[in-house]
Design a protein around this ligand. Structure first.
Ligand SMILES: [Zn+2]
Ligand SMILES: [Zn+2]
Length: 369
């Protein structure tokens, strides 16, 4: 029997242990994927810190790209009905069933049949492993990708940005502000410019990320390491907007409640604010709905992330068309042994091997293109 390695997190704040498991023979309807890259993101940090409802021991890694190793008897198709063959590059994400009341009438994210592992049991239920076993096709999204693995691995975060940009609708002539320049902020920035925004102001750091922001279309970058005082930052942002009155649209991509409040101060009267960074609860803020919302005629929006599989299909098309410098996004490919290093870096100063991390991807079977 063949065995393969997977990284197991025993408990919140626990240790990432490399363990060996037998590789399953795919049952009918299932797909066995040989992993290429699995992106690390804030969600993994929240899971590590115990802020996210997860069963332990846990296998992390939800931004997964790999090659089809084999399908169960009878074969399997991707979301668009294309037959899966050995060697096909596949983006896989588990989530919702598409059948229940919530999926059909509310939003798929509220699926009542949803589970964090898509029903896939240990041990190959996360991307930080040599194989991924997709054994619950009903709640798994699979999309063949005709793009290098280091680009395809952005499907999930780009899908999050697609959802936010589709709903917030940047328009021709508008000035947008993107607050935060992690992977989500940069991808949102790029899509906002692609969708018609004329001017983009990015506020974030460190400097290495702001360099990438320029490549993704930022016209102005404000470095939070230099402008540390929030009210000074707000003045600096407003000074870059038409007539100094604020931006028509602001995307909040920081993930901290106080930053949310600051972001609203960048919006001009009648403008829109879309929060997409607050995937976990970082506490309350004092907000005056009369003076800060109604009197200013502002629209507030929020999204937890990728809201539909359609948005993931759109993300796939944008990646395949190479419409943005996606090759700049994966800053590190690390082996399974270094999952802990990746998570700790994302939870501290974003430094790995002396270089600022942007998107760290785990490469379970060695570095890939
Ligand atoms: Zn993610
Ligand atoms: Zn459902």
């Amino acid at each position: 029997m063949t065995t393969a390695r997977a990284v197991v997190l025993d408990k919140p704040l626990g240790t990432f242990r490399l363990e060996e498991f037998p590789v399953p023979d795919p049952a009918p309807g299932t797909v066995l994927v040989r992993m290429e890259l699995s992106g690390c993101c804030a969600t993994d940090v929240h899971t590590y810190l115990g802020q996210w409802q997860t069963a332990f021991p846990a296998l992390l890694g939800h931004e997964n790209v790999g090659q089809v190793e084999s399908t169960g008897p009878g074969g399997q198709q991707d979301y668009l009905g294309r037959e899966l063959k050995a060697g096909d590059r596949l983006f896989a994400r588990w989530g919702w069933c598409g059948q229940c009341y919530e999926c059909r009438t509310l939003q798929p994210r509220r699926c009542r049949n949803r589970s964090s592992s898509g029903g896939t049991p240990m041990p190959f239920s996360g991307g930080f492993a040599e194989y991924l076993y997709l054994n619950s096709p009903q709640t798994t999204f699979m999309l063949k990708m005709d793009t290098p693995a280091s680009t395809a691995v952005l499907s999930e975060p780009l899908g999050v940005a697609v959802t936010a940009v589709r709903r917030a609708q940047p328009r021709l002539g508008e000035t947008v502000v993107v607050q935060g320049c992690g992977a989500i902020g940069l991808l949102t920035l790029g899509l906002a410019k692609l969708s018609g925004a004329t001017r983009a102001i990015v506020i974030g750091g460190p400097a290495a990320r702001l360099e990438v922001a320029r490549a993704f279309g930022a016209d102005v970058c404000i470095d939070i390491d230099r402008v540390r005082d929030p009210s000074e930052r707000t003045r600096a942002v407003l000074a870059e907007t038409p007539a100094g009155l604020g931006a028509e649209l602001v995307f909040g991509c920081v993930g901290l409640a106080p930053a949310w409040l600051e972001g609203i101060s960048y919006v001009r009267d009648g403008g829109r604010f879309m929060e997409l960074g607050l995937a976990s609860d970082t506490g309350d803020v004092v907000f005056n709905p009369s003076t800060q919302l109604v009197a200013r005629n502002i629209s507030l929006m929020g999204t937890l992330g990728l809201e539909s599989y359609q948005d993931a299909v759109v993300a796939g098309r944008i990646l395949e068309a190479s419409r943005l410098p996606f090759e700049l996004m994966v800053s590190h490919q690390l082996p399974l042994e270094r999952v802990g290093d990746a998570i700790h870096a994302l939870n501290s100063d974003y430094q790995v091997d002396g270089k600022t991390a942007l998107k760290i991807a785990i490469a379970p079977n060695g570095p890939v293109a």
